[in-house]
Design a protein around this ligand. Structure first.
Ligand code: NAP
Ligand code: FE
Length: 366
C-alpha cells in the first residue's frame, strides 16, 4: 500500500514568533486582510503583535472581525467581499478554529466567483489567496490542516472542505495567545485536539507516520490531564497543549476525522454545544464501540494517558466536558441520520450503521 505524508505549512513555534519572524509576511504581498472574531485577536494579544509586524514591514492591512463561532456561509461570503474590496494580497486568520477556517473559505472565495455552497465541491479554478494562520486556542489544529468547517443551515449540519491549496502557507504557534482563555474553553479545545489524535490513530486511513504524531500528541495530553482537571493551568501546560494540538492537526490532515466529529456536529448545530465539548461527550462510548476491532491501539491510548480502563477515560471526559443535554428519541434518530451522511463516517475502522450511531449517542447522553 502507498501512503502519503504532506504538510504544506511552514510552522513557527515559540514565544514571540510573530514579531521575530515578521519578515515572513513580506513574501505574500503588501495588503493583508486580518480575519478574526470579535474578541480573540485583541484579548490574546495576537492582533497587537501582527499589527507591529505588518507595520515594521510596510504592509497595509484591513481587519474583518466579524467571524461567528461555527461560521456560516453568509459570514464567509461577506468576508470575501471585504477581501475583494480591499484588493487583498493575502489573508491572516487569528483566533480559534472558527476564524482560521473562515480565513480559508474567504481566501478561496476572494479569487473564485462562486457561491459558498460550491466550496464543498473542493475544486476551484483559481488558487486561493495565501493564508497565514495564528491560533489562539489549542484545539483544532486548523493552522496545519487544509480543512475549513462551515455551518450549513441549508442542510442543518456542519460540513468541511479543503484541498492541498487550502493549507496555510505559514502558521505562527505561540502559547502566550492562549493565556487569556477561560478554563472551560481551554478544556473543550484540548479535548478537541485529543479527539483528533485518537480518531486519527484508530481510523482506516491511519498510517505509520500519522501514528507517530498521534501517539506523541496523546502522550502529551496525558501529561496535562491533572492541570486541566485541577483548573491549574500554568504556561508550561499551555505550551504542551498548543504543541499537542498542532501535532493532532497534522494527524487529521492525513487521516481525517471519524464518527465522533460526525455525531458531534449535531450537538453543536441543534444544542449549541461547543465543538470540543461535543466530542468529549461522545468519546468514551466511541472507544467502547470500537474496542473489539482496535483493542491493541485503544489499550495503547489508555497506557499513554496513564489510565487503566475506558471507565477512567470517561471519568476524565466528565470532568472536562460534562453537560446535561435534553434530547428526544426523535432527535437522536435525526442526529444519527445526519452523521451517517458525513463522508468521515466511512473512515471509521468498523463499518457503522445508523443503529450503532443511535446507541452511541443514547449511551453518551444518558
Ligand atoms: P472558536 O469557535 O474559534 O472560539 C470559541 C470562543 O473562544 C470564541 O468566543 C472566541 O472568541 C473565544 N476565543 C478564542 N481564542 C481566545 C483567546 N485567546 N482568549 C479569549 N477568548 C478566545 O473555537 P475553536 O474550538 O477553536 O474552533 C471551533 C471551530 O473549529 C468549529 O467550527 C469546528 O468545527 C472547527 N474545527 C476545525 C478543524 C480544522 O481542521 N480546520 C478541526 C476541528 C474543528 P471570538 O468570538 O473572538 O472568536
Ligand atoms: Fe475538531
Amino acid at each position: 500500500m502507498i501512503s502519503k505524508f504532506y504538510i504544506a505549512t511552514k510552522v513557527f513555534y515559540g514565544s514571540n514568533c510573530v514579531v521575530e519572524k515578521g519578515k515572513e509576511f513580506l513574501k505574500y504581498g503588501k495588503k493583508a486582510l486580518i480575519v478574526t472574531g470579535s474578541n480573540s485577536a485583541k484579548k490574546s494579544g495576537a492582533l497587537d503583535d501582527v499589527i507591529q509586524a505588518l507595520t515594521q514591514n510596510d504592509i497595509q492591512y484591513s481587519i474583518f472581525d466579524e467571524v461567528e463561532n461555527n461560521p456560516s456561509m453568509q459570514n464567509v461570503e461577506s468576508g470575501s467581499q471585504r477581501a475583494r474590496d480591499f484588493g487583498t494580497d493575502f489573508v491572516i486568520g487569528i483566533g480559534g478554529g472558527s476564524p482560521l477556517d473562515a480565513s480559508k473559505a474567504i481566501a478561496v472565495l476572494a479569487t473564485n466567483e462562486i457561491e459558498a455552497t460550491e466550496l464543498f465541491k473542493n475544486r476551484f479554478e483559481n488558487k486561493p489567496l495565501p493564508i497565514i494562520a495564528i491560533p489562539t486556542t489549542a484545539g483544532t489544529g486548523s493552522e496545519v490542516t487544509p480543512y475549513a468547517i462551515l455551518t450549513r443551515k441549508d442542510m442543518e449540519t456542519k460540513m468541511g472542505f479543503g484541498n492541498e491549496d487550502t493549507f496555510p502557507k505559514v502558521a505562527f504557534v505561540d502559547a502566550k495567545y492562549t493565556e487569556s482563555l477561560s478554563w472551560e474553553i481551554t478544556a473543550n479545545t484540548a479535548v478537541d485536539a485529543l479527539s483528533h489524535s485518537i480518531e486519527g490513530y484508530l481510523c482506516k486511513r491511519s498510517t505509520s507516520m500519522s501514528d507517530i504524531l498521534a501517539i506523541e500528541s496523546i502522550r502529551i495530553f496525558g501529561e496535562c490531564i491533572n492541570a486541566l482537571a485541577n483548573k491549574n493551568i500554568d504556561f508550561e501546560t499551555r505550551e504542551k497543549l498548543i504543541y499537542m494540538s498542532t501535532l493532532a492537526g497534522m494527524v487529521i490532515s492525513h487521516t481525517g476525522t471519524t464518527i465522533v466529529h460526525g455525531m458531534g456536529y449535531s450537538l453543536t448545530y441543534f444544542k449549541n454545544i461547543p465543538h470540543g465539548k461535543a466530542n468529549g461527550i461522545l468519546m468514551e462510548e466511541y472507544l467502547r464501540y470500537n474496542y473489539d476491532v482496535r483493542k491493541e491501539k485503544i489499550d495503547n491510548i489508555l497506557k499513554l494517558l496513564n489510565m487503566s480502563n475506558i471507565n477512567e477515560f470517561g471519568d476524565v471526559m466528565d470532568i472536562l466536558t460534562k453537560e446535561n443535554i435534553d434530547v428526544t428519541e426523535g432527535e437522536i434518530q435525526k442526529y444519527a441520520q445526519l452523521a451517517m451522511q458525513q463522508s468521515s463516517t466511512k473512515n471509521n475502522y468498523k463499518t457503522v450503521s445508523e443503529e450503532d450511531m443511535i446507541n452511541i449517542i443514547k449511551k453518551s447522553l444518558h
